[in-house]
Design a protein around this ligand. Structure first.
Ligand code: URA
Length: 229
């Protein structure tokens, strides 16, 4: 006759999500399992005291995201710069202003249609590219953000964002404008707005011109999903 003791096998493990949440930030070896966070505020709270990598040492603010928490489109950048570190908001400097204009050009609004975030939540010194170790340390936060926002479309701005999410090392000029499926979501790599600032020509075939083609493809997919929902 089995004893009642075996019934305890049906109990929840005694390390509930909230307990784990409290013990996570300071060691990149400790995984952050999917489902750890229920809200973006919880992620923000953690990131602001996170030391899973060295970038936590110098931050003024962890930069979590801006836009609609239920947006159908998520835009993922590389890492915060100085303006973002100071304000705690992603893409608020010159690149961010250009990004907003690109979205507006096809009638997409940051507040309504888009959630913007970065692979890394803390600013790297001198705006250098985050190292693979720093990207990996921060990735669980990004995956949780994707799970919570649940976007149908993900735009990856620049090669670091592409590598950070999908692991693919590819030149943006080679794969921009094409849909890649990642975890059941439609993803597209696009030029980073800072690259467009450095290449201001609008001639056919120029990066800015190509971005105009890409954002129209994105808008068409957005409209397609809207009619299906
Ligand atoms: N560049 C990025 O990739 N992200 C920002 O938030 C700002 C500039």
């Amino acid at each position: 006759m089995p004893s009642d003791k075996q019934l305890s096998l049906f109990d929840e493990p005694n390390f509930g999500a909230s307990l784990q949440r409290d013990s996570i930030p300071n060691d990149a070896k400790i995984p952050i399992p999917p489902g750890t966070y229920e809200t973006m505020e919880q992620i923000a709270e953690h990131c602001n005291r996170c030391h899973r990598c060295e970038l936590g040492k110098n931050r003024q603010n962890a930069v979590i995201g801006r836009g609609n928490l239920q947006a159908p489109i998520m835009i993922i950048g590389e890492a915060p710069g100085q303006n973002e570190d100071e304000t705690g908001l992603p893409f608020v400097g010159r690149s961010g202003q250009l990004l907003d204009k690109i979205l507006e050009s096809v009638g997409l609004s940051t507040e309504r249609d888009v959630f913007i975030c970065n692979v890394n939540k803390c600013r790297p010194p001198d705006n250098r590219t985050p190292t693979p170790k720093e990207r990996d340390a921060c990735k669980p936060y990004l995956l949780e953000q994707i799970r919570i926002v649940n976007p149908q479309i993900i735009l990856l701005t620049g090669a670091t964002a592409l590598k950070g999410l999908t692991g693919e090392k590819q030149a943006i000029s080679k794969i921009r404008g094409q849909w890649i499926e990642w975890e059941g979501r439609q993803c597209m790599a696009i030029f980073h707005p800072s690259y467009l600032l450095r290449n201001p020509s609008r001639e056919p075939g120029s990066p800015k011109w190509l971005m105009w083609q890409d954002i129209q493809i994105v808008k068409a997919k957005f409209d397609e999903f809207k009619t299906l929902n």
